[in-house]
Write a protein that binds this ligand. Structure first.
Ligand code: HCA
Ligand code: CU
Length: 383
């Protein structure tokens, strides 16, 4: 496996629809499905067609849209849900059932052997009706589940040879990378079945957990644009893209239209009525802002000094803050050069000193900096 073979299963149209302020219209879903495919996603997950009449007709529309992606319907382990989903023409079913003690008690009330029986029955039904549909079984709340229970679900199910993938979900977003790597590694080794990881972000580990899942052997990773989903969501698409780019920028550039990422995030933010967080991986406003003089000097010499990701590959540009008390004369020189001045080192140092002094007592705009540059430039040079 490894990072080159990661298949992103984007679930903006399922988990993302569960984000508190998401309410996608049919047109918006179709638009997003196209935008995700244009970006390079080849696997999309949709809300269960059994959820509502429109969920069903939306799934039908997306499934027949001739998109260059496998379209999966997310369903409960119910024969009826599977039948409704298959009728929409989707190419994959992503079945899910709760397996942790706490969630089993609070949701379906079944013991582990019953979970296995119900998953097997549903899978047999699907295989009979649609032998070629891709079928996944996923455990909801897998990381708050004793390993024994976990293996008592996956091992008998893997022996049936009915499933193309096994999902492992960190439903409460409280797993840490070490454990994700361990559980994913165990399930993938013992079942010999490709693993899909779905990670929530409640303690802020969703991106690191996706990384750990891939390192542990997972081939399929769930994402949503901006990470939208239940509560504070799941692994954001842009976070996983940053991980993949960091591993192999060339391969990532050739598989995804990286310049489309920021517009895609802006579109989803707009649709769900939230701003893109300032510190969002890759696409946040400050993702490529440099400030301290020590940093800016090195970044002018070689941006890689303080950048793991090249903004140009994403159609973005870096920003160098100049008007503050941590500034340095290199930053001042670049600004004054850009304004057409050719100033001596003494003049640059004088400007830097005045900028620092002014910034100690008030917040400066770039216009204030420019005024200081103009002022010093107009002064007769001292000899
Ligand atoms: C849900 C739960 C789920 C399922 C994940 C999966 C989770 O909202 O229905 O299908 O693998 O986080 O457990 O999103
Ligand atoms: Cu989820």
């Amino acid at each position: 496996m490894g990072f080159d073979n990661v298949v992103i299963v984007d679930t903006t149209l399922r988990e993302g629809e569960q984000f508190v302020s998401a309410d996608f219209s049919t047109e918006e879903k179709l638009d997003l499905a196209h935008a995700l495919c244009d970006f390079g996603i080849r696997f999309l997950e949709l809300t269960s067609p059994a959820a509502s009449k429109r969920s069903r007709s939306d799934a039908e529309k997306i499934a027949t849209e001739d998109l260059p992606a496998t379209i999966a319907a997310h369903i409960r382990c119910h024969v009826d849900d599977a039948a409704i989903a298959l009728d929409t023409g989707v190419g994959a079913l992503n079945m899910v059932m709760a397996i942790s003690p706490i969630l089993r008690a609070a949701s379906h009330g079944r013991a582990i052997p019953e979970v296995v029986r119900i998953a097997a029955e549903t899978a047999e039904f699907v295989r009979k009706r649609a032998p070629h549909v891709q079928l996944r079984f996923s455990s909801e709340d897998a990381f708050r589940c004793p390993l024994n229970d976990l293996l008592n679900v996956y091992l008998p199910l893997s022996e049936l040879k009915l499933f193309d993938r096994f999902g492992i979900a960190d439903t409460t977003g409280a797993a840490t990378p070490d454990r994700v790597g361990e559980v994913v590694g165990l399930v993938s080794r013992l079942t010999g079945t490709p693993v899909e990881f779905h990670g929530h972000n409640d303690i802020g580990c969703a991106v690191a957990n996706a990384h750990a899942a891939v390192a542990g052997g997972a081939q399929y990773i769930n994402t949503t644009v901006l990470g939208i989903g239940e509560r504070n969501g799941i692994t954001p698409l842009e976070g996983l893209i940053a991980v993949l780019y960091n591993e192999d920028s060339q391969a990532t550039k050739s598989s995804y239209d990286l310049r489309a990422l920021r517009p895609l995030c802006a579109r989803v933010a707009d649709l769900v009525g939230v701003p893109v967080p300032f510190n969002q991986i890759l696409v946040g406003d400050t993702a490529f802002s440099h400030k301290a003089g020590i940093h800016t000097k090195a970044v002018y010499n070689d941006p890689r000094a303080y950048e793991a990701l090249d903004p140009a590959d994403f159609g973005l540009s870096r920003e160098i803050a100049i008007g503050h008390r941590l500034t340095g004369w290199n930053a001042v020189r670049v600004r004054s050069d850009a304004l057409g001045y050719r100033l001596s080192l003494d003049a640059l140092k004088a400007i830097t000193a005045r900028v620092k002094l002014a910034a100690d007592s008030r917040t400066l705009s770039i216009g204030d900096v420019d005024a200081i540059i103009a002022e010093v430039a107009s002064e007769p040079a001292a000899d």
